[in-house]
Ligand binder design. Structure first.
Ligand SMILES: Nc1ncnc2c1ncn2[C@@H]1O[C@H](COP(=O)(O)OP(=O)(O)OP(=O)(O)O)[C@@H](O)[C@H]1O
Ligand SMILES: [Mg+2]
Length: 340
C-alpha cells in the first residue's frame, strides 16, 4: 500500500491578477484527518477545487494510492473516489432531501423498454445513509424545510454515500449545531477506521486539535509545511499561518470608551418569527458582539437596523436623536455602515 492515499505535487493556479497557488503540495495518509490551515485567502479552497476538478490547475500532479490521475471535472473526481463537502452549499431547495442526495446519479429502474427514476430505492437508500449519521429527516420533504445546519448534514451524508476514498470537508461546521458537530466527528472517526483519507478545513482551533492527525499550513498561496497535529500548539499554528510571532499579531491597543452613540429600543420585525423587542446601546469606541445559534435572527436584526428589512415597531437613536430608517441610504446618511 502506498504511504499516502493522496499526493498533490507542485500545484500552481492563477486567476487574473492573483497567483492563488504557487507550487503547493499536500500528502494525506490513509485513515487520517488532515487539517488544511491558513488565513482567509491563503488558497485552501482553491487547492481543494483543483483536486475536485472544479478548477483546472495551471501546473502540478495528483496521485491517488501512488498512481498519477487526471481530474478534469467533478465527475472524474467522484469516479476516482474523491468527494467534497463545499464551503458554499449548492443544494436544490425545491427538490426533496433524497433527490438532493442523488442529484446527478438518480437510480433507474426498467419497465420494459422504459427507464424510470427509482424513487423508492432513492428514498430508502437516503434514509439508510442519513441513519448512519444518526439523522432521521423526512427524505421526501423539500430540502427547504430543513435548517442550514441540517442541509449541511445532508451534504455530508452525500459525500459519505459516494463510498469515497478521499473526502474534502471545506469548513463544514460553520453552520452546524453542537449536536450536529458531534455526529460529524463520530462519522469521521468511523471513516478513519475504514481507511478513508479526509482533508479538513476549519478556522476553529479546538476542532483542529480534536480531530486532526496532521496539519498542513498555507500562506499567501504557498506551502509552509506539514506537521503531526499533536506536536503543534495553537500559538505555533497561528504564527506559521500569519508568518510572524503571536506577540505581534494582537498588539495591545489602549483606548477609552466614550459617550453613548447609538440606542436601539424595542426593535421588532414585521415578520412574526423574526426579531422582537430588541434593545441595546453602544458607546463610542465599543465593540458589541451578538451571539446566538444559526437562525437566531442576528443578521435579520442588523439588516433591520440598516433599512434592508421592514420594522413593525421600535426606535433607533444616533447621538440621542431618533432617526427614521426606511432604506439603506437613510442608515448611511445617519452615519451607519454595514459590512455583510
Ligand atoms: N474564482 C476566482 N477568481 C478569482 N480569484 C479567486 C477565485 N477564487 C479564489 N480567488 C482568489 O484566490 C485566493 C485564494 O482564495 P481561496 O478561496 O482559495 O482562499 P481560502 O484559503 O479558501 O480562504 P477562506 O479561509 O476565506 O475560505 C484569494 O486571493 C482569492 O481572492
Ligand atoms: Mg475557503
Amino acid at each position: 500500500m502506498a504511504e499516502y492515499k493522496l499526493e498533490m505535487k507542485n500545484i500552481s493556479k492563477s486567476f487574473p491578477g492573483v497567483k492563488a497557488l504557487d507550487q503547493v503540495q499536500l500528502s494525506v495518509r490513509p485513515g487520517t484527518v488532515h487539517a488544511l490551515m491558513g488565513e482567509n485567502g491563503a488558497g485552501k479552497s482553491t487547492l481543494m477545487k483543483c483536486l475536485f476538478g472544479i478548477y483546472k490547475m495551471d501546473q502540478g500532479e495528483i496521485y491517488l494510492d501512488g498512481n498519477k490521475v487526471e481530474i478534469n471535472n467533478p465527475d472524474d473526481a467522484m469516479l476516482h473516489g474523491v468527494a467534497m463537502v463545499h464551503q458554499e452549499l449548492q443544494p436544490v431547495l425545491a427538490r426533496s432531501v433524497s433527490e438532493n442526495m442523488y442529484l446527478g446519479r438518480f437510480p433507474v429502474k426498467k419497465l420494459g423498454p422504459i427507464q424510470m427514476i427509482d424513487h423508492k430505492k432513492m428514498n430508502q437508500d437516503t434514509e439508510k445513509w442519513l441513519s448512519e449519521l444518526g439523522l432521521s429527516y423526512n427524505v421526501k420533504a423539500p430540502l427547504s424545510s430543513l435548517s442550514i445546519g441540517q442541509m449541511q448534514m445532508v451534504e455530508i451524508a452525500k459525500a459519505v454515500s459516494h463510498d469515497a476514498k478521499v473526502i474534502i470537508f471545506d469548513e463544514p461546521t460553520s453552520s452546524l449545531s453542537d449536536k450536529e458537530v458531534e455526529f460529524l466527528f463520530k462519522v469521521m472517526g468511523d471513516l478513519k477506521k475504514k481507511g478513508v483519507a479526509m482533508i479538513y478545513i476549519s478556522h476553529k482551533m479546538d476542532e483542529i486539535k480534536r480531530i486532526s492527525d496532521d496539519i498542513t499550513i498555507m500562506r499567501d498561496g504557498t506551502y509552509v509545511g506539514t506537521w503531526p497535529a499533536e506536536e503543534m500548539t495553537t500559538e505555533q499554528i497561528i504564527a506559521k499561518m500569519v508568518g510572524r510571532e503571536l506577540s505581534n499579531i494582537y498588539p495591545e491597543h489602549h483606548h477609552s470608551i466614550g459617550e453613548t452613540i447609538m440606542e436601539v429600543e424595542d426593535l421588532t420585525s414585521i415578520h412574526e418569527k423574526s426579531f422582537r423587542g430588541v434593545s441595546f446601546s453602544i458607546k463610542k469606541g465599543e465593540i458589541l458582539g451578538f451571539g446566538g445559534l444559526v437562525g437566531a435572527q442576528r443578521t435579520e436584526l442588523m439588516e433591520g437596523i440598516f433599512g434592508i428589512r421592514h420594522l413593525a415597531k421600535g426606535t433607533i437613536k444616533v447621538h440621542g436623536k431618533e432617526v427614521n430608517i426606511k432604506r439603506p441610504r437613510d442608515a448611511m446618511d445617519a452615519g451607519i455602515g454595514m459590512i455583510t
